[in-house]
Ligand binder design. Structure first.
Ligand SMILES: [Zn+2]
Length: 111
């Protein structure tokens, strides 16, 4: 099995009960997929990039609260996973803020 990844960044605003002021962050995201790469690819790069880009467009320069209930890094990671799980062989989604060195990793629903 081989794991591949795609990284992107987005800027977004949110409001949390413990930080009630609306404020913005620069988020970094890494989406990982795992597969056998039988034909040399886990998934074609164009397909991977297009799927990830569609998710990025839903988040970039947006207010996150109407999109994601309680938009913490943890919940953003879960939300991104849920958007992509049907079309990609996901293994992990990471969301972090480079400025503070804090992030979350989601590896899907445990059976
Ligand atoms: Zn914040």
């Amino acid at each position: 099995m081989i794991e591949i990844f795609k990284r992107f960044t987005f800027e977004a605003a949110h409001q949390l009960s413990d930080y009630p002021e609306i404020h913005g962050h620069s988020y970094s995201v890494e989406v990982r997929c795992t597969g056998p790469a039988a034909d040399g690819y886990v998934i074609r790069e164009e397909i991977f990039s297009a799927a990830v880009d569609a998710v990025r467009q839903q988040l970039d320069h947006r207010m996150l609260n109407p999109i994601i209930e309680v938009p913490t890094s943890e919940n953003i990671a879960v939300w991104i996973w849920d958007q992509l799980a049907a079309e990609l062989p996901l293994s992990e989604v990471r969301v972090w803020r480079e400025s503070v060195g804090f992030g979350a990793i989601y590896r899907g629903v445990r059976s």
